[in-house]
Design a protein around this ligand. Sequence first.
Ligand code: AHG
Ligand code: MN
Ligand code: MN
Length: 331
Amino acid sequence: MPDTHIVTLSRHVVEQERLYPQATGQFTNILFDLALAAKVIAREVNKAGIVDILGRTDTVNVHGESVQKLDEYADLVILNAMDHTGNLCCLGSEEHEEVIPIPARFPTGEYALLYDPLDGSSNIDVNVSIGTIFSIHRKVSSGPRGGLEDCLQPGRKQVAAGYVVYGSSTMLVYTSGAGVHGFTLDPSIGEFVLSHESITLPDPPKPIYSVNEGYAPYWSEGQKALVAELKGDHTGRYIGSLVADFHRTLLRGGLFMYPADQRQPEGKLRLLYEAAPLAFIAEQAGGRASTGQIDIMDVQPTSLHQRTPLYMGSSRLVDVAERHLAGDSGA
Ligand code: AHG
Ligand code: MN
Ligand code: MN
């Protein structure tokens, strides 16, 4: 007899919202809208080889990176799903240099959404797992329509955070501060169904470390000593899609690293819509996320696209990383 106790994302979010009597329902609707956007993106990702959505556009984003068609598509899907609902005061996207205001013809709401519409773009054309990452903050600005001040909040202030991984299955993983919960998309009913309730990093962790060793010649002495300590009794795994590398770390344990180096003294990954949302999830799952010096969640942002070094995963391994990096005078 097939299971009839299906817990959909919608049901789970409503039940979570009941934990917060002061909740207005706006937050719940934001997650519903994100889930819809994720289903639309998943549909295109799953047939990307068939429809003309692979490859590059002829544009370059604010980071000087060539924009993939799917980056642009995913960004527009999220924008069009979220800009008119009256739940958001503004949005911050990897693909837009400035904060995206809510169009004047639409009402605004009490939350700001930061997002990486398509993470792991370099892997799209070779059919390797990619993802979407999101971070939700409360509006803090006094103005009616929100802006940069609502986006430049430390990770500790997040109301919720999550990601979608478009892999062998499409999963949405989120936290709203009451644990980490994973939902797998059942295409036959078009619903995200609870498949991983209350995810916690395994302890002891699987001995896995994850870093792009191609950049080892540019690493600091501390970084080199850290990886040297891990080699031998840890296995190396690096997918090159942050969402996929993080998802494996969340389920298996281990340490994901994207260090600062002589080429990228601030690191490569962006604080607001890559490191901070995943740091919230890591902490809620019993792990940690650090810049190598301080918790990611305590960094006070100063610009929308600022980068940060990132060490994330099993607490004990993040502690080991900080010990090696403490003596660093930078990359
Ligand atoms: P995005 O596709 O959103 O620009 O993110 C790519 C990031 C991240 O997904 C991954 O961890 C990292 O780039 C891989 O960088 P390297 O290729 O330098 O290892
Ligand atoms: Mn990314
Ligand atoms: Mn991206």
